[in-house]
Design a protein. Sequence first.
Length: 194
Amino acid sequence: MSRETRKQQAGFTVIEAAVVVLIAGVAMAFATPKIVNAMREYRVSMATRQLADLIHKAKMQAVSDNKAVTLRVDTAGNRMGIVVLDDAGNEVETQYVPLPQGVTFQMPTGVSAPMTGAPIARSVSFTPKTGSSTVFEQQFNSRGFLVVGSPTTIQAIYVGNGQVFRALTLTSVGGIRTWKWQTGAWANTRTVSS
């Protein structure tokens, strides 16, 4: 083989490289919206898991310390936390957990209740903290149950990012369920595949 022939066979032509780049670009154009939607769904799901974990932690802390524990939701700050009290019962601090980026306390438009009796008047149904319209509190007694006026009370927290929404409901005896907004209705996440 001559030296000329070897040079021609040694690499890619500009046209071949352009075709590869074009194919990669088309693949990315189709994949990017799916990746973005998957990230939105993941962040809202992660927020719901964080909220459920924090509620479990508050319940367990109330039982293990044998005293009431308060859960606080700051809708303006997009965070939720457990209020820490000293031995005299004075508030020392609140250990907050922020919601993931892009996720806020919100409900979809035209929302219905995820379960019978679940409130839908606002994104967090806990009692507002005295003097605030963006901070809400729920207390758990030393047995890990909600401190509420009626044993049939159901509390609800709604989170979303404008396109994907989840709900978390709590019964007065401590039951927690998570819900996913799908095609205009809530579906229990235990019975629905993502």
